[in-house]
Design a protein around this ligand. Structure first.
Ligand code: NAP
Length: 313
């Protein structure tokens, strides 16, 4: 029997996870399948209660379930305990569910591989949602001197600031500001790293940019976690300003590689996964995937094929 893995979320039209994971399983010759399972909120509780007895060996978890799954889990690693959200589940042989968060180390690895040294840096993060939460904790663990959180909803930025300060085990300056040009301008003046964790600039709103490009300078690295399109308007503006850039595809790949280490103790072939991801993003010309109902639940979605999303009722 092939080992079965899947991503669950609602809605799931945008997911690239099957492409990345199946590319790796296929390249390594592993008998594993990875599918996209759109899980309606009404079916969530039943699905989670049946998961220990299901054929799944592990799950990737996305919006809106990253926090909700925790009450069904028997174990969680220290990253999940700190952040309060998980994006990875492993079903242990006896049926116990273990929760992990690979968004945080995935972002850290993407920055490190791009040569961005976070230690001692002044950093600015726009957004205060789930991804921002994972990234801000990773910035703190990686030694950032300061983290300026800028968000449309100020209370959410303040809440994240409070959680970070509560968990801080060293001196780190953390501020929370509303998403206004003045706040961004002040924060960016002497910043070494700017990270967009909002969906601004994501397909189809590809002409949007989370900040005025005039605020960018060549002393800053810019990391945009939006991965569709691969090169966002923000990254184009950053390149034009002479800044170092890190695309969201790298975080996506590194967090997926970390998931495969958790599930199968394997070193995933990043170059193969990257080629498959970039090919499908370019082939699709950044267009969203129509939902496709398909009964072949247990077929692997092969590398370079379109992403098939299967609903769970
Ligand atoms: P989330 O929890 O819903 O948070 C969304 C954040 O974006 C919030 O801070 C929200 O501000 C802000 N935002 C959304 N639309 C905005 C707008 N028009 N103007 C200003 N702020 C806006 O979502 P998430 O899980 O953090 O994901 C955010 C993005 O990251 C998505 O595009 C997702 O695809 C991407 N992502 C990428 C990776 C990767 O591996 N590359 C991993 C995870 C997520 P408010 O608080 O004011 O609502």
């Amino acid at each position: 029997m092939p080992h079965e893995y899947a991503v669950i979320g609602w809605p799931l039209g945008h997911t690239m996870s099957p492409v990345i994971h199946n590319a790796s399983f296929h390249a390594l010759g592993l008998e594993c399948t990875f599918s996209a399972r759109e899980l309606h909120p009404d079916a969530f509780d039943r699905f989670m209660r049946e998961l220990p007895r299901s054929s799944f060996k592990g799950l990737a978890v996305t919006i809106p379930y990253k926090t909700k799954i925790l009450s069904y889990c028997h174990e969680q690693d220290s990253t999940v305990s700190a952040i309060g959200a998980a994006n990875t589940l492993r079903v242990e042989p006896g049926g116990a569910l273990a929760a992990f968060n690979t968004d945080a180390p995935g972002a850290g690895r993407a920055l490190a591989e791009a040569g961005v040294d976070v230690k001692g840096s002044r950093t600015v993060v726009i957004g205060a949602g789930g991804a921002a939460r994972a990234i801000c904790f990773q910035l703190m663990w990686d030694g950032a001197a300061s983290i300026a959180i800028v968000n449309r909803t100020l209370s959410r930025a303040e809440s994240l600031r409070g959680d970070l300060l509560h968990a801080a085990s060293r001196d780190v300056t953390i501020t929370a500001s509303p998403l206004e040009k003045n706040a961004l301008s002040t924060a960016l003046e002497d910043a070494r790293l700017f990270i967009n964790t909002t969906s601004i600039g994501m397909y189809p709103r590809v002409d949007e940019c989370p900040l005025d490009p005039d605020l960018l300078h060549d002393g800053i690295a810019v990391f945009d976690i939006v991965y569709n399109p691969v090169e966002t308007k923000l990254l184009r503006a950053a390149k034009a300003a002479g800044a170092k850039t890190v695309p969201g595809t790298e975080m996506l790949l590194h967090q997926a590689a970390a998931q495969q280490r958790i599930w199968r103790s394997i070193d995933a072939p990043l170059n193969t996964m990257r080629a498959a991801l970039l090919q499908i993003l370019h082939t699709r010309s950044c267009s969203p995937q129509p939902l496709t109902q398909n009964n072949s639940c247990y077929q692997p979605v092969r590398m370079y094929s379109k992403v098939v999303v299967q609903p769970i009722h």
